[in-house]
Design a protein around this ligand. Structure first.
Ligand SMILES: [Ca+2]
Ligand SMILES: [Ca+2]
Ligand SMILES: [Zn+2]
Length: 579
């Protein structure tokens, strides 16, 4: 019973066992088996002790010591409150719904003459539509001139000098992309702004709030007086207690910064909620001792020995950042669950592949290169593909067989490609964005080496004479057995992935001859993401998917929009009759 569960839940990157399948000139090894009991029994306790520590910097971001407002009672009056909302002095930041308690918590920011009052928030607690209480920090009687004496550029430069980083980019810009293909975490993407700062002496000061970051090693926020240039206050946005930043070189020679942890006189490939708000651990299966394997470690935090460990750890963070910045998603389960991957995994018989292992294990595995020397962790689209299987598990839950399984694979390829385009520049060669899957796992770059082609699925075959399909009429009807890849989930997935390509970039379907005008990748991804995570259910089939996609486009852009029209066209292009 349990064993059957495992079999279903291990989702591999490529087809499992259609004989002699190949892509381009490269043969895919068949019999990617997950039967081995070692896959199931080996447990991996965290080798790093004291995982939970008190975050020292936490108290710094509180307003302790500042003037405590007695004004919260005045703002508790519904009349006063609504007047302040109308004036724009209280603006809703977000509502947290708590269905179990039939409550909603509406969090408002305080403004003065259009400027945010630093640290001030008022929260209305509502049950069944009725106001229960009002809490927070609110300042009244503010009287301050809002004309600054120094401009934002000068203030930013002053703060750069203050932290000893005269060339630091501000938080809303990316760091130096030539050296490190890594953008600033979305959390740091803060545009400098003028604010009202309630100071400890009970007065209010006009100030700039400025965040400076290089994307990972530091992320400092300073409050700079807009009249005097004095740095009134500052704090780090990274809880740096034991976060260390390593430097590593990936499989293709790229340099990355890596969030690591120093402990037991060694550096570990682990970010324990320091650089990002979740635990991210990258295990090295070569440490397997018969029962456990361990987080990768390194003596000097210069990760030069193994590129795939470096790629896996760095890319996992980039995938998180993508989902957070584009969709506001907090990790695989949207609640910042641990993100665990193992590199160099093997059960003695499986190689040259990657997988998401769900069902409570919830880990990714990048397999030891085998005869083909595939470095599965070296490809950003592959990492995002596996990660997205995790997202599927916590959203639509598309069952991994037949049409729902092919859709599950489609969305992993779609998101893998979206993430690649987000972080990499278009082009040919390693570390460039394109419309094929997995090209960076190969030891040498060749435009014919890839797993699947979203732009032109028919251009490659998964078995002699069997091209990947681009149209419903090319759907492969296969039995729901492991030998037949659970109804061809890795084969039929290209139909919807191709629809995504057509909607993004525009183009003509080879079979129907119907053309779609591209609406751009950002919009197309939004349409697909919403259908995938909000509308689909475990048993959704291809027809359901078509309707979910159209509903998603309709929600976003309306029934008379070009976007909706092109979404319809994309479904017609792959063979649906829309009426
Ligand atoms: Ca690429
Ligand atoms: Ca790619
Ligand atoms: Zn997959």
């Amino acid at each position: 019973m349990k064993k059957l569960g495992w079999l279903i839940l291990a989702i591999f990157l490529v087809l499992s066992s259609l004989q002699s399948a190949y892509v381009g000139k490269v043969y895919i090894r068949s019999n990617q088996s997950v039967h081995s009991s070692r896959v199931l029994t080996a447990r991996q306790p965290y080798s790093i002790q004291q995982r939970i520590r008190v975050a020292e910097t936490k108290s710094k971001s509180r307003l302790s010591g500042l003037k405590q407002s007695a004004a919260i009672s005045s703002v508790s009056s519904p009349l006063y409150f609504s007047r302040e909302v109308l004036r724009g002095n209280l603006r809703l930041k977000r509502t947290e719904n708590e269905p179990a308690a039939q409550m909603a918590h509406r969090r408002y920011l305080q403004y003065y003459k259009g400027l945010e009052v630093y640290g001030a928030q008022v929260i209305q607690h509502v049950r069944s539509g009725k106001l229960i209480s009002t809490t927070g920090e609110y300042y009244d009687g503010i009287n301050v001139d809002i004309i600054p004496f120094i401009d934002v550029i000068t203030a930013t430069q002053l703060y750069r000098i203050h932290i000893g980083k005269p060339d630091s980019p501000t938080g809303n810009q990316g760091p130096d992309l030539t050296l490190i293909p890594q953008r600033a975490p979305a959390q740091a993407a803060v545009t400098p702004s003028l604010i009202i700062y309630p100071s400890t002496d009970g007065d209010y000061r006009l100030a700039y709030r400025i965040t400076l970051t290089d994307g990972l090693s530091y992320c400092m926020t300073g409050i700079v007086d807009a009249r005097t240039g004095e740095v009134i206050r500052e704090y780090s946005n990274i809880n740096t207690q034991d976060l260390t930043i390593g430097i590593g070189v990936g499989v293709h020679g790229q340099q990355f910064k890596l969030p690591t942890t120093f402990e037991d006189n060694s550096y570990w490939l682990a970010d324990l909620t320091k650089a990002r708000p979740y635990n991210q651990l990258t295990f090295d299966f070569r440490t397997f001792d018969g029962s456990s394997w361990y987080v990768a470690n390194d003596a000097d935090n210069n990760w030069l020995a193994d590129g795939s460990l470096v790629n896996a750890h760095a890319y996992m963070g980039l995938v998180y950042d993508y989902y957070f910045s584009v969709f506001g998603r907090h990790g695989i389960n949207d609640a910042n669950m641990d993100t665990i991957s193992t590199v160099h995994f093997t059960d003695g018989s499986t190689y040259d592949n990657a997988s998401w292992l769900g069902g409570g294990i919830n880990q990714m595995r990048f397999l030891e290169p085998g005869p083909l020397n595939w470095q599965a962790a070296a490809a950003l689209d592959v990492i995002a593909h596996e990660y997205s299987h995790g997202v599927t598990e916590f959203t639509s839950g598309l069952i991994y067989s037949l049409e729902s399984g092919a859709l599950n694979e489609s969305f992993s390829d779609i998101m893998g490609t979206a993430v690649e385009h987000y972080w990499q520049d278009p082009g040919q060669g390693f570390d460039k964005s394109d419309w094929v899957m997995g090209e960076d796992i190969f030891p040498t770059f060749n435009t014919n080496y890839y797993l699947r082609n979203l732009a032109d699925p028919n251009a490659s075959t998964f078995a002699p004479g069997a091209p990947y399909p681009c149209h419903l009429s090319q759907f492969y009807v296969l039995p729901n057995t492991e030998e037949a890849d659970w109804g061809g989930v890795h084969e039929n997935c290209t139909i919807y992935a191709h629809a995504y390509y057509l909607l993004s970039e525009g183009g003509t379907n080879r079979i129907s001859g119907l053309s779609v005008s591209g609406i751009g990748m950002d919009k197309a991804t939004k349409v697909f993401y919403r259908a995938w995570t909000y509308y689909m259910v475990p048993s959704s089939d291809f027809l359901y998917a078509a309707n979910a996609l159209l509903q998603s486009a309709y929600d976003l852009y309306g029934g008379s929009s070009n976007e909706y029209g092109q979404a319809i066209r994309s479904m017609e292009a792959i063979g649906w009759i829309v009426n």
